[in-house]
Structure formats: structure tokens, C-alpha cells
Design a protein around this ligand. Structure first.
Ligand code: FEO
Ligand code: CA
Ligand code: CA
Ligand code: CA
Length: 675
């Protein structure tokens, strides 16, 4: 008979319906407006983006495909502030560009070139819209806007000088013609999920960087079939691999040449060519968003893979820090980094603390047990399974970290349904991880690229879309959660369950809609996942291709319970030779109508990703990534044939070409979002 306290989270809005409209839909009583879109002026000029392909100064403008994002407050006099809620910096990942047959077609007047060699002027623009932006935003009365030409605005691109930090710094695997000492690399690429350190800096995960590199058809032999060939194959670059955009074809200058990683020199170590160039990508990058004089640092101790977010466990004084990370590809792994240094709360105000906590420590990978337990397996040369691995001879710890996927193979980690974002529940320290989907989960795998169901990736089903499209595997994905053992951040055991299974509400409750989602809750392909520090709400965002005949991508608000609050469930699959395969799994308590609600649906063809909030919880910033991505390149120039005209149709900016953009959401009565 006690009323909930005012700080106890609850969802105080009416769920929004699924939508195919070319618009951002938010609940009654809320407003959403665009603050920062592709091409908006940041540094160097204030000319609005023409949005017709004519702008060429993209390194001083907003980048493309806004993804993860974090808030860094500014006091009235422009200093670091952990409490300011009306002025701050947004650090934003610009992951990629809308692409079909090489060119990033909305960036060029005529859709750009679709054959190699690519024109250098087109490539320069495409390179420049990748990377990271830091942009100042301010609230005046009720209205948020960016501050063009703020002295703190900044762009990092794939050409910005970045330091290599941690155990791989100076290692022979990082030696290139650009950095013969193996201590620097140019730029950051395909920046996807984000994180925020306990000392107030920005973390950015480099995800699908491998696809930007070309490798010659005879490069295995050119490399003398050395072990780099094994590593390149494991990271998706077999010889003959072609690049996503053909950037390597734009000229002989090494800013183009670098995208071809074929061996061409004669040095033993790669200092006369770019054979090791790709080893400079695939890291968690740390940036101090307040200090333009400081280079970003690639934290190699956290491993090299297709990084999404990096989320810290709740820091405890005198204990190591833990960082949780996913590797987003089919059958890849979940990782944890544990710092060697114990947390000193005084470091919360020391922006250089990353050198203390992120360069020395232990990397682990997760193995999920069928009984609801799990183990963190150490990836180091002191683990015999790594040191003696027959599949790849590791030379040293730098080799283990640069080739973390091979080390994780060596220890027998669990192959997951595409690990995307992680976030830690501030209320109890439990770790949440989205597994977005996996079209290659099969009851009876027929090749090494297919994966049998297991307890943590238990569903294999057929999802029929409309009258024609059938998807198999785990098309809708799920959300996993983990609870560390008694040792907390440094524990090597954990327990786990599945918090939510994505499904449409009408799907079979016994085998697909295991979480019993209703029409106000159903979703597919969870990707972004961020816990609010102010309200405790778990925000869940989708990047979906399996439910988009019914609804555009969305964001939901959740108030989760805890690991073990649900039930053990056994799924049974018929085998082709007769009999059944039984898989035990652990299904979290089904969310009631007040514990999971759809909060937002985006425009056509977009993904919803990234969430930053002001410390008072009264404004949240969300990214609308690649609206209109489904447009055919041949239709550039004919707005009536764009699949989306957002945000122009919401009154933002010139032209009709769709643009990735950051929106801000506020409550009309000024209250905290979602409560
Ligand atoms: Fe960039 Fe896996 O999302
Ligand atoms: Ca993602
Ligand atoms: Ca995704
Ligand atoms: Ca995307």
C-alpha cells in the first residue's frame, strides 16, 4: 500500500502504433525535431547544405549515417560539466553512406560513378562523410539547435591522424609506409556503437571496416602464404576481395593507394607498402571531445573485431573496471575487457585516465552453458588453448589482440546471433546485449557458415513476409542479459537468460513469440540498447529487414526485471532423419503492458540508433540513420521516386534527398522522457 517513489521508473506514455509513414512518430504529449543532419555546417563556413550533390567541403560539415552518440555537458563558460542540461557537445559516429554499386549516390549530382576507377573528387567526399563529429548544441527556451562554428566543433575522418595505444602499439603488425614505427594510423572508419568512460570521454567502435579494403587476386602467394593470409581470411578479406566503394582506384596518391592491402613492397615488415593497413582498424577509439588538441587513441587492449558499443560495468572503488563489447557478424562473439588497474574515483575528473585503465588488462570471450551459467575465457598467451592453437601461431599478446577472433576460436567461445550493442543496467549491474538476427542459424548446419541452435541462440524458425519473402534462421533476434559472479567486474563465471525474443505479436507463442509480445510491444532485430542514467529506462532500437512490410524501424522503452525472473523452456526441432533436437533456454519474465512499450517509429528505410540524454533526463537525442536507403541509385534526381524525403518533408533543410539526422525529443510539459 505504498505509492511508488518519484524516482522509481515507470512508463508514463501511451504506446505508439506500428507505422509505415515517412515521418518520425512519437507519443502524444511529446515533440521531435531535427537538430543536425548530413551536410549541416560545422566548421569553416556557415553556408547551408544544398543537398543536391553540389557541396564538396564535406570534412567541415556533418557526416553521413549518424549512429552511436553520447552527451558531454558544457557549463555556461564552456567548461566540462557533468550536470549541465541546456548546453553540451554531442559526439556522434558517422558510420557509412547510402551505397549501391560503388558510389554513395545521394552525395553526387548525378548519383556518381558506378565503375572503377572512381573519380578522386567523388572519393574525397565519400571518405570525408565517414568518421566522428563533435558538435555543440544549445537549448534556447524550448528549442534545441547546433552552434555552427563553435570552437569545440570537430570532425574526424578516415584521414585524421590517430594514435595506436596499448599492447599492439609499435608491433610489427601495425607497421605501414605511413607509420614505419607502427604507432599511428590514419583515421577511423565505420564507426558504429559508442560508449562513455567513467572519466567522461567518448568511445567509438569501428565495425564493418574490412569491406573498404581491396586485396589482389594473387596476394596469398605475394605474401609467401604467411600467417597474415589466415588472419585476412578470418576477417573477411580472402585474396581477390573487392572493396565496397572502390576508393583504392581513385589514384596513385597513398590516400587512395592505402585501400589496397596487397603486398607490393619488398621489406620484411611492411614498412614499404600497405599490407598491414587494415590492422589499423577494428578498435575501440577513445576521444576527449572537449580537447581538440589531443589525438584520438585506438585502445588495442580491447581487441580487434567488428565493434559495436563499449559499456562499462558500474565502477566500484578499488576494483578493476569491466568493459562489455559485441562483435557484429554472424557467429561472432561477446567480449569483456577487465582493467589491470583498480578504479580510483578521483579519476572521474581526469580526462587522460584512459592511459591508466584501457591499455593494460585482460580480454575475455564468453561461453554460454546449457544450464544457464557461463564462463569468461581468457584470451592471452598464458592460456595454453591460445598459445598452442593449431589454427594460427600467435607470436605475442599484440597478435592475440589484433586477431582476437582467432584467439576466441581457439578457446571455443559461443558463436552468437550477431552481437550488437551492450549496456549495463545501473540499478543492478546486469549486462544487456542485443543479438540482432542470424539468417544462418540452422537445425542441421550444412556448412561452416551455418550454426546449430544452442541455449543462448535457441530459435530457428521461418518468418513469412507478405506473400513472397521467407526468412529462416533467427530473423527477429533477441536480447540477452548476464549477471556477473561474486567477483563482479573480474568474475570468470556468470549467469544469463534471454530478456526478450523479438517477434511479431501474432507469431506462435510456443516457439517464436516466446516473450508473448503484444501489438504495442512487438519488434524485430534489436540493435541499439541504452540504459538511461536519469530514469533507468532501457531504450531499445531496431535495425530491421524482417518486419518492414508492416512497420518502419522503431524505439521501445523497457523496464526490465532481472536475470532468472522467467522460466526454463525447451524448444524441440524435428531432425530430417527422424527424432528431435531439444534445446533448453531461459526465457525472461514476459513484459507486461507497463514494462515494454513502443515509443517511436521512424521514417521509411531508416534504422533507429544512438541515444544521448541530458543529465536531467528532459531531452533525448536519437539518430535516424539512412532514411530512403531503399531508393535505387538510378532514381537520384527524381524526388518522386525517393522512398523517403525525410527530413525535407518535416520542414528541415533544402532539397528533397533523404538525409541521416539527429533528432531531439522533448516532453511538451517539460518532464523527463518516458516516465
Ligand atoms: Fe553498425 Fe552492427 O551495426
Ligand atoms: Ca548497430
Ligand atoms: Ca544492425
Ligand atoms: Ca545501418
Amino acid at each position: 500500500d505504498t505509492a511508488p517513489s518519484s524516482t522509481e521508473p515507470r512508463l508514463g506514455f501511451a504506446a505508439v502504433s506500428k507505422s509505415l509513414a515517412d515521418a518520425v512518430i512519437v507519443p502524444a504529449g511529446y515533440s521531435a525535431s531535427v537538430v543536425y543532419a548530413l551536410g549541416d555546417p560545422l566548421t569553416g563556413n556557415a553556408r547551408p547544405y544544398a543537398n543536391d550533390g553540389s557541396d564538396s567541403d564535406m570534412e567541415s560539415r556533418g557526416g553521413d549515417h549518424h549512429d552511436g552518440m553520447e552527451w558531454f555537458g558544457l557549463s555556461g563558460d564552456g567548461q566540462r560539466s557533468t550536470t549541465a542540461s541546456d548546453r553540451g557537445l554531442l559526439a556522434i559516429n558517422h558510420e557509412a553512406t547510402t551505397n549501391e554499386s560503388l558510389s554513395s549516390f545521394f552525395l553526387h549530382p548525378n548519383g556518381g560513378s558506378s565503375t572503377r576507377p572512381r573519380p578522386a573528387a567523388e572519393v574525397d567526399k565519400e571518405v570525408a562523410v565517414h568518421g566522428i563529429a563533435v558538435v555543440e548544441v544549445r537549448r534556447a527556451d524550448r528549442r534545441w539547435a547546433t552552434v555552427p562554428n563553435s570552437s569545440l566543433n570537430r570532425r574526424l575522418t578516415p584521414l585524421t591522424d590517430v594514435d595506436i595505444a596499448g599492447p599492439a602499439r609499435g608491433n610489427r603488425l601495425l607497421v605501414t609506409a605511413f607509420s614505419p614505427t607502427g604507432t599511428r594510423t590514419r583515421g577511423t572508419l565505420n564507426n558504429c556503437g559508442t560508449g562513455r568512460t567513467p572519466w567522461g570521454t567518448f568511445l567509438s567502435g569501428e565495425e564493418n571496416w574490412a569491406g573498404y579494403f581491396a586485396r589482389g587476386a594473387a596476394d596469398d602467394a605475394a605474401r609467401g602464404n604467411d600467417k597474415s593470409v589466415t588472419a585476412l581470411r578470418r576477417y573477411g578479406r580472402a585474396q581477390g576481395a573487392t572493396s565496397r566503394h572502390g576508393w583504392e582506384s581513385a589514384g596513385s596518391d597513398d590516400r587512395y593507394r592505402r585501400w589496397n592491402i596487397s603486398r607490393s613492397g619488398t621489406s620484411a615488415d611492411g614498412s614499404d607498402d600497405y599490407r598491414n593497413e587494415m590492422n589499423g582498424f577494428g578498435y575501440i577509439v577513445e576521444l576527449d571531445p572537449y580537447d581538440k588538441a589531443k589525438s584520438a587513441k585506438k585502445r588495442t587492449a580491447l581487441g580487434r573485431f567488428a565493434h559495436e558499443s563499449a559499456s562499462f560495468g558500474v565502477p566500484v572503488a578499488g576494483r578493476p573496471l569491466a568493459v562489455y563489447m559485441g562483435d557484429d557478424s554472424q557467429g561472432e562473439y561477446i567480449y569483456k575487457f577487465v582493467s589491470a588497474a583498480a578504479w580510483n574515483p578521483a579519476d572521474a575528473n581526469r580526462p587522460a585516465a584512459g592511459d591508466t585503465y584501457l591499455d593494460a588488462g585482460t580480454l575475455y570471450v564468453a561461453a554460454f552453458g546449457a544450464d544457464g551459467s557461463g564462463r569468461w575465457l581468457e584470451l592471452s598467451m598464458s592460456n595454453p588453448a591460445v598459445a598452442n592453437y593449431a589454427g594460427y601461431p600467435f607470436a605475442d599478446q599484440a597478435d592475440v589482440l589484433v586477431n582476437a577472433r582467432l584467439a576466441a576460436d581457439a578457446v571455443g567461445a559461443t558463436k552468437m546471433d550477431r552481437p550488437e550493442w551492450s549496456s549495463v543496467n545501473p540499478a543492478n549491474g546486469e549486462i544487456y546485449l542485443t543479438l540482432t538476427n542470424n539468417s544462418n542459424r540452422r537445425v542441421e548446419p550444412a556448412s561452416a557458415s551455418q550454426f546449430a541452435p544452442d541455449a543462448a541462440n535457441p530459435r530457428v524458425y521461418t518468418d513469412v513476409r507478405g506473400s513472397s519473402t521467407t526468412q529462416t534462421g533467427n530473423p527477429n533476434g533477441h536480447v540477452l542479459r548476464m549477471k556477473e559472479g561474486a567477483a563482479g567486474s573480474s568474475a570468470t563465471t556468470f549467469t544469463w537468460d534471454v530478456y526478450l525474443f523479438g517477434a511479431e505479436a501474432s507469431a506462435a507463442p510456443g516457439s517464436v513469440n516466446l516473450s508473448k509480445l503484444t501489438e504495442d510491444q512487438d519488434f524485430s532485430s534489436p540493435d541499439g540498447l541504452v540504459f538511461s542514467r536519469s530514469t533507468g529506462i532501457c531504450w531499445l532500437q531496431t535495425d530491421d529487414g524482417a518486419y518492414t512490410d508492416t512497420t518502419n524501424c522503431m524505439m521501445l522503452a523497457a523496464l526490465p526485471g532481472q536475470v532468472g525472473d522467467g522460466t526454463k523452456t525447451t524448444l524441440s526441432y524435428p531432425r530430417s532423419a527422424g527424432g528431435t533436437l531439444s534445446v533448453d533456454t531461459y526465457v525472461g519474465k514476459s513484459p507486461g503492458p507497463d514494462a515494454l512499450k513502443r515509443f517511436l517509429v521512424g521514417p521509411v528505410g531508416c534504422e533507429i540508433t544512438g541515444l544521448a540524454e541530458t543529465p536531467d533526463g528532459r531531452a533525448i537525442f536519437v539518430n535516424i540513420q539512412h532514411p530512403g536507403e531503399t531508393t535505387a541509385a538510378a532514381n537520384v534526381g527524381d524526388p518522386s521516386r525517393y522512398t523517403s524525403q525525410w527530413p525535407a518533408n518535416a520542414g528541415y533543410g533544402a532539397g528533397r534527398r533523404p538525409r541521416s539526422a539527429t533528432i531531439v525529443i522533448t516532453r511538451d510539459d517539460g518532464g523527463p522522457i518516458g516516465t
